[in-house]
Design a protein around this ligand. Sequence first.
Ligand code: GSH
Length: 246
Amino acid sequence: MTYKLYYWPEIQGRGEFVRLALEEAGADYVDVEREPKSKRAAPLYKNREAPGAHPSFAPPYLVDGDLVIGQTANILLYLGARHDLAPSDEAGRLWVNQIQLTIADFVLEAHDTHHPIAGSLYYEDQKPEALRRSAIFRRDRMPEYLRWFERILERAPKGPGGSDASWLAGAHLSYADLSLFQVVAGLRYAFPKRMKALEPDLPRVVAAHDRVKERPRISAYLASPRRIAFNEMGIFRRYRELDAKD
Ligand SMILES: N[C@@H](CCC(=O)N[C@@H](CS)C(=O)NCC(=O)O)C(=O)O
């Protein structure tokens, strides 16, 4: 069965967490809105009014046969179980889901640095608030979240030969590792000065990012036209005035 992913066609956004899981799994999927014949973004919102018991409020959503699954973390919960991208035991599944939900919180805060008042307003209409919000995000929230990931990786069981080559949920890669890769890549794009200052204290996070990037299917994906470049329409945006080393 071919999965159908519905997400905004111009951005990585939250859809990228799903794309990375589908790519790592080698799953058969169509990124529906990016298909040449797509009528573009309008159908995404129509899903709110769609027939069926489970309409999705906002993209991304994934269609698998009769199933329509919304909420990024929920989609990943589904894909993780079907494609060996999550532990098979309940405690492990819940742990990976917990990490993913924490990543969702972090992603929302990253988004709110440039849209602290409303997503429906232009950035230029909320710039003073964005400057204030970004300063707090950089100073407090980036290190708090990133050090939490660092500590998880530090405590995870060692890899072969006692190396630090373990993943967030232990010996096996999970979709949470793919998502952490995406968060690091996004923060490097949006806050390069701040990330340069923080990264020396995050050796395991950086190493895990690098190991994801080198995985054969992920590196092929990143080099392909399927990977949309970061841009100033997505969640991670580069506005120079919002970045600083502290
Ligand atoms: N919690 C949801 C958030 C979904 C979301 O905010 N989607 C954005 C694009 S990344 C959107 O199109 N939102 C439209 C809206 O909220 O009206 C998830 O993680 O999937």
